[in-house]
Design a protein around this ligand. Structure first.
Ligand code: FAD
Length: 391
C-alpha cells in the first residue's frame, strides 16, 4: 500500500524517468537491462561501497546464466566451482553430485560487479543514498531520501531486498521466527581441500545452514536458526558452539580456523514464503517480489530472473500487475516446495526422515536441487530481446 499522506518533503523534487531503489542483484540487473535498452535510469543504493550480506553465496546454474547474459563471468571474479552437495547432522553425512555445475562467490564481489555493469550500460548509480519513504502527492509518486531531497519517477522498481520502506507496506508474510547469520573464515590447507567443490549443508535442532569456499580460499559459513533456540542458548557464540558440538563433520572443517570478523552479520526478520500479489503499480523485484527459503531455494536466481522479467515486460508495454501475475505463476510451485522443506529441516522428524531416505536414495537430493529452481521454460534468453523490448 502506498501512503496517501506525504511525509515532510524538505527540498525541491527532482524528476527522473525510471528509478530503481536498491543495488543488490535484482536492482542492478533491472537497471542494466533498462539502460541497455536506451532508457534513462537512476539507481540509488544506501551503502557507500561494496559490502557483505547475509547469504550462502551459492550461485545456481540459472543465476550464472543470467550473469553471463549481463556480461559477468563469475569465474573471472574468482568464483569457485561447486560440483557436489552434502548434508550432515551429528555423525551422519550423505553426499551426491549436483544435477548442474554451480559456483560460489562473495556478495561483496558479485554485487559490486553487477552495479559496475549497470553503470557501464548507462545507468546513473547513486551510492550512499537511502530511500526513506514512498509517498503520493498531487497524483505523483515521490521517493523521499535520507538527505532531505526527494525524487519522482514515472516508473519505480523496488529492489530493497528484505528491507521495507515507510509508506509502502508489504503485506505481512507469516512470521518464520528465523535469524540468519553469515561469517567468513580462513581455513587450514587440508580443510580447504576437504571443502573443495562442495556445498556442505548441515542440520541442527532449530536450524540449518551451509558452508562452502568462496574466492581466495575463504570459507563462508551461513545459517538460519530459530529465534527461540538463540534465546535459549544465549547468543551467537553459544549457538556456534552448540552446532559444532553436535556435528563432527562441521567441527573438523572449522577446527582451528580463524573467523575473519569478530561477529557474524545477522538478519531478521526473514519473510520466507512471501510472494508479492498486488503491488499498486510498483515493479517489485528480487526479495521484494518473492522470498524463497535459503538453501532449499534459489534466491539470487529469482532476484536476477524477476528483474529480467520485469524489465522485459516493462519494455514491452505490459503493466506491473501483468508482471507480478507472470512471476507468481512461474515460481509459486518452487516456493511451496522450498518452504515445506525448510520447515521440515528444522524438526527432529525432518532430520530423521532425511537420514533414513537420503543414504538409500541420494538421487532424492538431486531431485530436490532441480525441483526448487526456476523452471527452464521460464528462463529468459539473451539481452537482445530485452533491449528490443520483445516479449
Ligand atoms: C541466510 C540466507 C542465506 C542465503 N543464501 C543464498 C544462497 O546461497 N544462494 C542464493 O541464491 N540466495 C541466497 N539467499 C537469498 C539471497 O540473498 C536473496 O534472495 C538476494 O540477495 C535478493 O536480492 P535483492 O537484490 O532482491 O536484495 P538484496 O541483495 O538484499 O539487495 C537489496 C539492496 O537494497 C539496498 N537497500 C535496502 N534498503 C534501501 C533503501 N531504503 N534505500 C536504498 N537502498 C536500499 C541494500 O543495501 C541492498 O544492497 C540467502 C538468504 C539468506 C537470508
Amino acid at each position: 500500500m502506498i501512503a496517501a499522506s506525504p511525509a515532510r518533503i524538505r527540498a525541491p523534487n527532482q524528476l527522473v524517468d525510471h528509478l530503481v531503489i536498491g543495488g543488490g542483484p535484482a536492482g542492478a540487473m533491472a537497471a542494466l537491462r533498462l539502460a541497455a535498452a536506451g532508457r534513462n535510469v537512476v539507481l540509488i543504493e544506501r551503502e557507500n561501497g561494496p559490502h557483505d550480506k547475509v547469504c550462502g553465496e551459492f550461485l545456481s546454474a540459472e543465476a550464472v546464466a543470467y550473469l553471463h547474459q549481463a556480461g559477468i563471468a563469475p569465474r573471472q571474479l574468482g568464483a569457485v566451482l561447486i560440483r557436489t552437495v552434502s548434508i550432515s547432522a551429528g555423525d551422519k553425512l550423505v553426499e551426491t553430485a549436483l544435477p548442474f555445475p554451480a559456483f560460489s562467490l562473495s556478495r561483496r564481489v558479485l554485487d559490486a560487479a553487477l552495479l559496475r555493469r549497470a553503470e557501464e550500460n548507462g545507468c546513473q548509480v547513486l551510492r550512499g543514498v537511502a530511500a526513506e519513504a514512498i509517498v503520493s502527492r498531487d497524483g505523483e509518486r515521490l521517493v523521499t531520501l535520507g538527505d532531505g531531497r526527494s525524487l519522482s519517477a514515472s516508473t519505480l522498481f523496488l529492489a530493497t531486498g528484505k528491507h521495507d520502506l515507510r509508506g509502502y507496506l508489504r503485506p505481512p508474510a507469516k512470521p518464520t521466527g528465523f535469524v540468519g547469520f553469515k561469517l567468513h573464515w580462513r581455513l587450514a590447507p587440508a580443510q580447504v581441500l576437504a571443502l573443495s567443490e562442495r556445498m556442505s549443508l548441515y542440520l541442527f535442532p532449530g536450524g540449518y545452514g551451509g558452508i562452502s569456499l568462496v574466492e581466495n580460499g575463504i570459507a563462508n559459513l551461513c545459517l538460519i536458526a530459530r529465534r527461540s533456540i538463540l534465546r535459549e542458548l544465549g547468543g551467537w557464540p553459544q549457538l556456534l558452539a552448540f552446532i559444532l558440538r553436535g556435528n563432527c563433520h562441521l567441527r573438523t572443517l572449522l577446527d582451528g580456523a580463524t573467523a575473519l570478523t569478530p561477529r557474524p552479520l545477522a538478519i531478521s526478520p526473514i519473510p520466507y514464503g512471501y510472494l508479492a500479489e498486488n503491488m499498486h503499480g510498483l515493479w517489485c523485484i528480487g526479495d521484494q517480489a518473492a522470498v524463497i527459503p535459503s538453501f532449499t531455494g534459489d534466491g539470487m536466481s529469482i532476484a536476477l530472473h524477476s528483474a529480467t522479467l520485469a524489465a522485459r515486460m516493462f519494455l514491452a508495454g505490459k503493466s506491473a500487475a501483468d508482471y507480478t501475475a507472470a512471476l507468481r505463476a512461474q515460481v509459486s510451485r518452487q516456493m511451496t516446495l522450498a518452504t515445506w522443506l525448510s520447515r521440515a529441516a528444522v524438526t527432529r522428524a525432518g532430520r530423521a526422515a532425511a537420514f533414513a531416505v537420503l543414504p538409500l536414495a541420494p538421487g532424492v537430493l538431486r531431485w530436490i536441487a532441480a525441483s526448487t529452481r526456476i523452471p527452464s521454460s521460464s528462463l529468459i534468453a539473451g539481452m537482445g530481446a530485452a533491449a528490443n523490448g520483445e516479449l
